[in-house]
Design a protein around this ligand. Structure first.
Ligand code: HC1
Ligand code: SF4
Length: 575
């Protein structure tokens, strides 16, 4: 341990701790802009400067480790003036059009300017004439607003291992651009939105589709139907001042009705449906030798895009089951509309997702029109829904609890846990165990699949049938798992896994690119805890136990993986 003082206060921290983190321990916040707890610090912005007692020299708190006997001063008039000048210099290259900016109200630069009390900038305002790139279906790049903090590039290259964006040029003429400066829509971008979730300003943000939704809600000829994804319920509350992980599912249902949706369904129900289809597919591949082992999950669209682009030879391993979003879309127009006597041509189907890639998925290929119509018309993120609720003046936290509509609403705990890394695996194990053994699992908690470790491995014993599984999240962690599978195959060895779950974002969908800003591992853990709390209190915790799942198979689909289910609920992939 290292002993030092910060502003005269003694503090003891582990060796290697940065001054920035040590200060946090004494409840001192040193301002930052380029720093983000998900990423290693790289001292790009210079706002976090501090000095040692009695020394005129200033050092950057994010990259300077503590040392025994250090006497750190984090705030004095000169330090504050230097920080203010750094902010002023950034503002001198910034459009400063806060009122029209998508980050108005939650921009880290705006907050710094407010905290430093900047009233005028003593430097000439020179903003480069750079064009907005709107070629990507999920995210928009506005290089004019870039503050050159480098977070998005680090996220895309280091966390996600995609390398779709980079810095072009140096210093003041540096700018963020897609790799090789092609339009972002033509780049290798997988639409995960992690760059937008980590950008401190409005330089990269989600495409806003709320106007399409408002238009549908105002059209009297249209029947607007909505579904909400598992991870939305434990994060939307943050936009209204609640702690991460607070579950407000029933208030979201109520708010959606007040926005004008006539029917409110829950993607969790479709997650149960996915488990019936994917679990059956797994058991068939294992017991009938139909298809490649391991089976790999395919409900995360950014992951689908990644595999199609980078590992096309692995496509036969993908589950053909559509994602829950798309299964719900198909079921709404092909099944529910008929049952409810609503013309499917007049149904407008909206999904609320934690994810920006879902905007791309709704149009991924013609399988997304399996009902004969566009199965999901618009997908909006949690952040977009929060804005709609605020625009409508809905006091969501004081709404009465309401239920989702039947039969595509009621869900099991297995459906909810899809939102956390390892959740699809755990939900599949609960049902696969039943399909293989014809018995219910005693304790359905499958702990080895849980937690934030990048790759999790385990073995499940299903009455003597041993199934090896792997769970990977955060795209940069995936290659190792895929390479292990490929190596074993090439060497003619036994497969290292039978079933693999992959989610593109760290922590799974709870930390998707469309979730409320400010996601750290602490926030991820709280949201995950919310997901498992929802699971624990569910009446049913296994997808096959959902009475409404049984109903849709009896009334409409037949058996899992049968002809009708294949037509509506499965898809294909292309290299
Ligand atoms: Fe997800 Fe899924 S879990 S992909 O993270 O399989 O987005 O929440 O809706 O479709 O259910 C996202 C979440 C989501 C799908 C489900
Ligand atoms: Fe990279 Fe994901 Fe952003 Fe695309 S959306 S540029 S893949 S971080």
């Amino acid at each position: 341990m290292v002993n030092l003082t910060i502003n005269g206060m003694p503090v003891q921290v582990e060796e290697g701790t940065s001054i920035l983190d040590a200060a946090k321990k004494t409840n001192i916040k040193i301002p930052t802009l380029c720093y983000n707890p998900d990423l290693p610090p790289w001292a790009a912005c210079g706002i976090c400067i501090v000095r040692m007692e009695g020394s005129p020299k200033m050092v950057r708190a994010c990259t300077t480790p503590v040392a025994e006997g250090m006497k750190v001063i984090t705030h004095d008039p000169e330090i504050i003036q230097v920080r203010r000048t750094v902010v002023e210099l950034i503002l001198s290259n910034h459009p400063n059009d806060c009122l029209q900016c998508p980050r108005n109200g939650n921009c880290e630069l705006q907050t710094l300017a407010a905290e430093f009390g900047i009233r005028e900038v003593p430097f000439q305002n020179i903003v480069k004439d750079l064009k907005k790139d709107e070629s990507n279906p999920s995210i928009i790049l506005d290089p004019k607003k870039c503050v050159r903090c480098g977070r998005c590039v680090k996220v895309c290259q280091d966390m996600q291992n995609v390398w779709a964006i980079e810095f072009l040029g140096r210093g003041i003429s540096g700018r963020i651009a897609s790799a090789a400066d092609v339009p972002l829509g033509e780049s290798p971008c997988i639409k995960c939105g992690q760059c937008s979730a980590h950008c401190p300003v409005g330089a990269i943000y989600e495409r806003d589709d709320t106007r399409k939704v408002w238009a549908a809600l105002q059209n009297k000829d249209i029947h607007p139907v909505v579904q909400i994804a598992p991870a939305v319920r434990v994060a939307l509350g943050e936009e209204f001042g609640l702690e991460p992980g607070t579950i407000i599912t029933k208030k979201i249902y109520a708010a959606l009705r007040r926005l004008g949706f006539k029917t409110v369904f829950d993607t969790n129900f479709a997650a149960d449906l996915t488990i019936m289809e994917e679990g059956t597919e797994l058991v068939k591949r294992l017991t009938e030798g139909k298809g490649d082992i391991p089976l790999i999950t395919s409900c995360c669209p950014a992951w689908v895009d990644y595999l199609e682009k980078y590992y096309p030879e692995m496509i036969p391993h993908f589950s053909t089951a559509k994602s829950p979003q798309q299964m719900m879309g198909a079921m709404i127009k092909a099944y529910w509309a008929q049952k409810a006597g609503v013309d499917p041509a007049k149904v407008f189907s909206v999904s609320i997702m934690p994810c920006t890639a879902k905007k791309w998925e709704i149009d991924r290929n013609d399988d997304m029109k399996s009902s004969g119509y566009q199965d999901v018309d618009v997908s909006i993120t949690t952040r977009e829904l929060a804005r709609m609720i605020k625009q409508a003046g809905i006091d969501i936290l004081n709404l009465p609890d309401e239920e989702a509509d039947s039969p595509l609403g009621p869900y099991t705990g297995a459906g909810t846990i899809f939102g956390a890394t390892g959740g699809v695996m755990e939900a599949a194990v609960r049902t696969a165990y039943f399909l293989v053994t014809k018995k219910e699992m005693g304790d359905v908690n499958f702990i080895p699949a849980r937690g934030l470790q990048g790759v999790k491995e385990a073995e499940v014993d299903m009455n003597g049938t041993k199934i090896r599984i792997a769970v990977a999240h955060q795209m940069g962690n995936i290659a190792a798992v895929l390479e292990k599978i490929k190596e074993a195959k090439a060497a003619g060895k036994e497969t290292p896994y039978h079933f693999v779950e992959v989610m593109a974002c760290r922590g799974g969908c709870i930390a998707g690119g469309g979730q409320p800003y400010g996601c750290t591992d602490e926030v991820r853990s709280k949201r995950i805890a919310g997901i498992y709390a929802d699971d624990e209190k569910s009446t049913y915790r296994c997808s096959h136990q959902n009475p409404f799942i049984k109903q849709v198979y009896d009334e409409f689909l037949g058996e899992p993986n049968d002809h009708k289910a294949h037509e509506l609920l499965h898809t294909h992939y292309v290299a």
